[in-house]
Design a protein around this ligand. Sequence first.
Ligand code: GLA
Length: 730
Amino acid sequence: MRKELFAASLCASFCLTAASGQAPVRISTHETDLILSVAPNGRLYQTYLGKRLANEADLVHLTYNTQGGSDASSPARGWEAYPGSGAEDYFEPALAITHNDGNMTTILSFVSSETKKIDDNVTETVIYLQDKVYPVEVALRYVAYGRENILKSWSEIRHREKKPVTLWRYASNMLYFERAAYHLVEFNGDWAKEVQMSAQELQFGKKVIETKLGSRAAMHAHPFFELGLDGPPRENGGSVLLGTIGWTGNFQFTFEVDHAGNLRLLSGINPYASAYELKPGEVFTTPEFIFTLSDEGRGQASRNIHNWARRYQLKDGQGDRLTLLNNWEATGFNFDEQKLEQLMKEAKTLGVDMFLLDDGWFANKYPRANDRAGLGDWDVNRAKLPGGIPHLVQAAEDAGVKFGLWIEPEMVNPKSELFENHPDWVIHQPNRQTYYYRNQLVLDLANPKVQDYVFGIVDKIMTENPTLAYFKWDCNSPVTNVYSPYLKEKQNQLYVDHVRGVYNVFERVKEKYPNLPMMLCSGGGARCDYEAMKYFTEFWCSDNTDPVERLYIQWGFSQFFPSKAMAAHVTSWNKKTSIKFRTDVAMTCKLGFDISLQEMEEKELSYCRDAVANYNRLKDVILDGDLYRLVSPYETNHTAVMHVAQNRDKAVLYTYDIYPRFGEKLLPVKLEGLDASKTYRVEEINLMPGSRSRLAGNGKTYTGDYLMKAGLNVFTTSSTNSRVIEITQQ
Ligand code: GLA
């Protein structure tokens, strides 16, 4: 009876009729078409995903994949845009629900769709689906960014059953591919070993990439992948899909090659331990799955994502970035006002914009003298810093730089007043021995009171110090001892509600402090997803600042993130390499230093000052230019990348000899992205004082055509040697 009522009320707005004759739903960028069509059975199928079709009239030729079924009323097994569980498809569903009567099947029919032009570049499409038997509705949402060739997709699930239903699968998106073979590149890692790339051909069955870390997406796997659709992904050619999920918690990508050799790709929150109870009328919104399909290799695919991220997703994506001096590597927890004031002056001497005070500045009852105490007590440590934060902000101002501060507000040490006063605010087991990751625990962000508390930390600091210029926001522990005191018997909602609680805080911070730049950090680069990046201007790629390792880490992250989002600091890691090499590596990203100038020789300091000045002069090109990855460190003993200004009048080329072999054959590097018809002057910069460039052809002019076809001989047989070359249109 209730079901009939529901159907009747729904019919008033969009009546469910057999949808044959319904025009296909076309979701397009300038380069790509995703086409979804309603079959005679009223259900929605993917009929095309590929290069954009030139003629609308050709859409009529698209048919449902007929493998496994030729009857028009039940067309094909598989290829359903958002398959529910329990129907004729025997693979992993996008949606699975246990209904009030215990029934576990869901079959969605097309109801209607709307497409809205947001502006001349962006189009939003929503497709409404509904189960004819149970009052469950799903909206599939797509945003298409024309010029950037990016598609973003997620789903919204709601129902009107009497009591809550249980969602046990809730993908953001499902895509199908019909190719001869599929080559997956995944990004695995660990602390200080982020985004190690490896490739494999997918075979029959499932390959799952997922994490179960709770408070962050990454550590052993990162929330993005590359999928080669006509061979292993290549830099400058071939069909490749780059995909990523915006979720700062447990994610899952499932790649399933079926019996017919077709690939299904499911992206979403990891449903592990997360069967979610959805109340009637409540909307379950899944995270954004973001992808680009390139026919010109992964280089172009990365540039698509970079352009889109700067324009649409990153906090202040089009704005400037602050260079900085951080004190973590230089002092650790061991500092006082005098030492910090000295470092602020050093920041000024270097020529950077800001001094960033890291961990160790807070807590009194249990002072934060190391990582075993104090986390949670965000009052300044009066013994170390008697003048408080206001004094430091003033001291930085006196030194001529801005002041930024490290916080880790989602965490607590058991040795803290916060833990003593609010043990019920902490995710931990009531009846088991506690396991500590970095001696700390995660606050229970599912609890609105805890959300208020975390927001309050930032708000209090900002209210007391309105000119504070920056936060580095850390998150050093995954969720451990998985039990939320707040959720009580609904522990299966912890992983989802915790992340939503984190977003609630991020949102409030952004709303109140929209212009405050913030770095996202998570024990190195473990928080690196595009939902969190709506709230942060950049992220910390890795605690590993050994420049050799960084070449690989930055190469990996650059597949998905623009240079301006990737923070890279010059430190004392791998002192066997020169300060020039370390700086030249950090120069390709958002540059900072985390080193005491006291340990530098005069000429090293002079080199660094010069490099900072060059960086500032070339910032537009480095931070907002197009990135071309020219030579891969994975394939050779060298690597080279370049940034090209959007109008192609300027470029910066960075070349690195890692560990070349004796007498190795050196090949010229062919540049990319220049205007073939223009003439450019080539000049090596970032030289050590007193040394001159030994680059053949330094100071000469060349046509873009020559530089891109013949290239430059930039590599050497010296180990850990680098060059930064400025290329200027004449
Ligand atoms: C994490 C960060 C570091 C530093 C320390 C401070 O490990 O990645 O950069 O801020 O925390 O404890």
